[in-house]
Design a protein around this ligand. Structure first.
Ligand code: FAD
Length: 481
């Protein structure tokens, strides 16, 4: 028989349950990618995600070819493309790995129903999570809204699966079967803004495994402390690889367990356990997105529907987006994002707090900018990250905890390496003024060749005053109506 494997964000050959299942039941297996971004509306992939997707599909296509197969690419309406592929190939089976975004779930359910009605065997698998969102509940049998008990329940349940192997060879695909050339999908930008991205990443399954192995051998040994430091390479940078399914959380978990078994880490190592708990945050975000599918647009904490997020000051928003706020750690972070498509978690929280609290600009404006510029833009993690920081999500930072970007900079970028890298125009300032150039005496600014307001902006806001006004706005909604 012939089976189609519909690849989506599981762009890998190893530990791919849909592919493995197809290989175990069918003689001919056809890997298919269908480009239909409009079906993910209102969260169609942004520009940076499309850039990653282009390179990831390219890598997958090469890997498939090496094993004797070929990636068939189509674009348009997914149900129509699938119908047509089934007719062209005579396939009677269709397999895919599950996704959890509300628009995608709806589409996939319709496709499943429609094709089953036509006697096509359709089956979906879990390739993206350690725990399906419906497998974990609180004591009352309800979805969890607090991370710690969620993760405790996951850990108590344990992971009892091992990653599936990479197939050694794959059946050939009929050379007559047409495929759109990858370049024709137009995923790459027409303007040349992606050179920074290209020099920052090795996209694809192999790049994902290299990133994981070098992290386990290196930075994971000090992860618990160094993960907070944007000036160090203290984290795994696996997020875009995980988002596109170039590597699975099961493979990450299993590599960590192997490192313990081989004596590279003690059992119960605090760095390793902390790293796994961050993978747990990813699981938690998916749990929330699945059970509260309204959250990409609406706050989980419904009190915040009444929150006066009145300002969409386009000039302030623009200054934030371009890294021109006059607050060095914020500008460094926003420029790192623009240049590399990634931003360190600590400063994601700092810039999100500044936008949603000090500037009182709606968190969705920030979420949308991240969506377009992050290579790891992920509806579950981005929604959870923004709502957590804005204070309106599950298990949120209390609203009154407003990050002070100066103190955050002094604490987590103590020698100013991060700020100097991304905001070179103030690199000459001594450490004690680097995070707050507006406090530097005139002679210090002159010695560093800085003309505030000309070579680097004055801060676009007063941190103290805006903090007070954010707290006031919050007190208006604190009590239930
Ligand atoms: P590591 O520290 O090495 O962590 C390993 C993996 O765990 C990550 O790759 C990621 O998959 C997961 N993880 C780590 N921290 C978190 C977290 N706080 N929440 C959920 N999962 C986590 N992450 C995204 O993948 N996509 C997003 O669109 C996204 N948007 C965010 C927006 C805001 C405002 C905030 C505060 C956080 C956001 N995060 C997002 C979470 C986090 O910042 C990134 O996952 C992390 O910085 C990725 O770097 P890393 O792979 O080196 O992380």
């Amino acid at each position: 028989s012939t089976a189609l494997v519909w690849l989506r964000r599981d762009l890998r050959l190893a530990d791919n349950p849909a592919l493995q299942h197809a290989l175990s039941v069918a003689e001919t297996v056809i890997p298919v990618y269908i480009h239909a971004p409009h079906e993910e509306a209102p969260w169609e992939p942004g520009a940076a995600s499309l850039w990653w997707l282009h390179h990831s599909l390219g890598a997958l296509s090469n890997d498939l070819q090496r094993l004797g197969s070929r990636l068939i690419i189509r674009s348009g309406s997914t149900p129509e493309c699938l119908e047509s592929l089934l007719a062209e190939t005579g396939a009677t089976q269709l397999y895919w790995n599950r996704l959890y975004e509300p628009a995608v779930i709806k589409r996939d359910q319709q496709i499943k129903q429609q094709l089953r009605d036509q006697s096509i065997e359709v089956q979906s698998f879990n390739s993206a999570l350690l725990f399906e969102p419906w497998e974990i509940t609180n004591k009352a049998g309800q979805p969890c809204k607090v991370f710690t008990p969620f993760w405790k329940t996951c850990c108590a349940q344990g992971v009892h699966r091992l990653p599936l192997p990479t197939p050694e060879t794959l059946p050939a695909v009929d050379p007559e079967l047409t495929s759109i050339p990858l370049a024709a999908l137009g995923l790459l930008p027409t303007l040349d803004w992606d050179t920074g991205l290209a020099s920052s990443w090795q996209v694809g399954e192999q790049g994902a495994h290299e990133a994981l192995e070098s992290f386990i051998d290196g930075a994971m040994h000090a992860y618990k402390e160094d993960r907070n430091r944007p000036d160090l390479a203290g984290t795994s940078k696996l997020s875009p690889h995980l988002h596109f399914g170039e590597i699975s959380p099961l493979q990450v978990h299993s590599a960590c367990m192997r490192a313990v078994a081989e004596g590279r880490y003690p059992g119960e190592d605090r760095h390793l356990l902390h790293f796994l708990s961050e993978i747990g945050w990813r699981e938690f975000s998916y749990h929330l997105l699945y059970h509260f599918p309204q959250t990409p647009e609406s706050p989980l904490d419904t009190r915040f529907e009444r929150f006066p997020w009145p300002k969409t000051d386009p000039e302030q928003l623009r200054a934030w987006q371009k890294g021109q706020t006059g607050i060095p750690i914020v500008d460094a972070a926003m420029r790192e994002l623009w240049h590399t498509g990634w931003m360190h978690n600590r400063v994601r929280m700092v810039v999100a707090s500044l936008l949603s609290k000090n500037l009182q600009i709606h968190w969705l404006e920030g979420a949308r900018w991240f969506w377009d510029t992050l290579v790891d833009a992920d509806l579950a993690n981005n929604t959870q990250g923004w709502q957590w920081t804005a204070g309106c999500g599950a298990d949120a930072a209390p609203y009154f905890r407003i990050f002070n970007p100066v103190l955050q900079g002094e604490r987590f970028d103590p020698q100013g390496k991060y700020v100097r890298q991304w905001v070179p125009e103030i690199a000459g300032l001594p450490d004690n003024y680097l995070q707050k150039p507006w406090e530097a005496p005139a002679e210090v600014l002159a010695a560093a060749k800085i003309n505030l307001g000309r070579t680097y902006p004055h801060p676009i806001l007063d941190l103290g005053e805006t903090r007070q006004s954010a707290l006031q706005a919050f007190s208006a909604i604190k009590q239930p109506p």
